[in-house]
Design a protein around this ligand. Structure first.
Ligand SMILES: Nc1ncnc2c1ncn2[C@@H]1O[C@H](COP(=O)(O)OP(=O)(O)OP(=O)(O)O)[C@@H](O)[C@H]1O
Ligand SMILES: [Mg+2]
Length: 239
């Protein structure tokens, strides 16, 4: 009989039940069935979250509480709506702008984690440099369409560190294609140390830069990070 139960559970893709049904204790049939279903659903949700987390490739972060004192948030959104990722359901963008070590990557990561846990969002975190390298490589190998499809399936694309490295023409154009594809379809979070006026130095072409900025700032919120570097403060504290 056990074999049959396991075979049915397998066919129905009830993997938690298949492996654990004999350990569940209950005082009647209803309670037993309820416990089985509850555990199966729980287990599925956990597996889904773990899969989303591994696909997102987020940077590791600590668990110190997030300090907001030096972050200017525009009207129309709040700390809570930023953290809760409400802008993702609205398909809006966030631009996190400020100096080094002020918490841009940290915030982008926290938002990504919340979105995965709260909404089961499909998130992917890239530094601009790593995405652009990947796009160039794919373009040369004829597999660009495949990466574009993967990005198209996301709910949130995080592009970290725009501005630290200038792009070559091919890279700039490919990044524009990605931003253009995401426009009004999904959310992007961009972290940058450059004001819009200087993005030209990254994209290398004023017309392309204008087209990028135009798409990004339509439906977006700009957060200003005005503090000193947390890395510097931490190193002072810990010597
Ligand atoms: N708001 C914050 N509250 C508490 N700790 C913070 C905060 N922001 C940053 N930190 C700490 O400072 C470290 C550096 O922050 P983060 O990497 O987010 O900076 P950044 O703005 O992305 O800098 P860079 O432009 O150099 O990439 C974090 O790993 C974290 O330990
Ligand atoms: Mg960073």
């Amino acid at each position: 009989m056990n074999e049959q139960i396991e075979a049915y559970a397998k066919r129905l893709k009830l993997s938690w039940i298949r492996e654990n049904y004999h350990e569940v204790e209950a005082s009647n049939n209803h309670e037993y069935l309820l416990k089985l279903f509850e555990k199966e659903v729980q287990n599925r949700e956990e597996r889904k979250v773990n899969l989303l987390l591994s696909q997102a490739q987020l940077p590791k972060i600590g668990n110190q509480p997030y300090q907001w004192e030096h972050i200017q948030i525009p009207q129309g959104i709040s700390r809570t709506t930023v953290l809760d990722g409400d802008f993702i359901t609205e398909k809006e963008n966030l631009i996190l702008y400020g100096g080094v070590g002020t918490g841009k990557t940290y915030l982008a990561t926290l938002i990504s984690l919340n979105a995965i846990h709260r909404f089961g969002s499909r998130v992917k975190f890239y530094t601009v440099a790593s995405l652009v390298n990947k796009l160039i490589e794919a373009n040369q190998q004829g597999s660009l369409a495949k990466i574009m499809k993967q990005i198209e399936k996301l709910d949130l694309l995080v592009l970290d560190e725009l501005g630290y490295i200038p792009l070559h023409k091919e890279g700039a154009e490919l990044l524009f294609q990605v931003i253009s594809m995401c426009y009004e379809n999904k959310s992007i979070i961009i972290t940058t140390n450059l004001q819009f006026g200087q993005w030209n130095h990254v994209f290398g072409d004023p017309i392309l830069t204008e087209a990028v900025i135009d798409r990004l700032i339509h439906h977006s919120h700009l957060l200003l990070f005005t503090g000193d570097s947390f890395r510097y403060k931490e190193s002072l504290l810990h010597g």
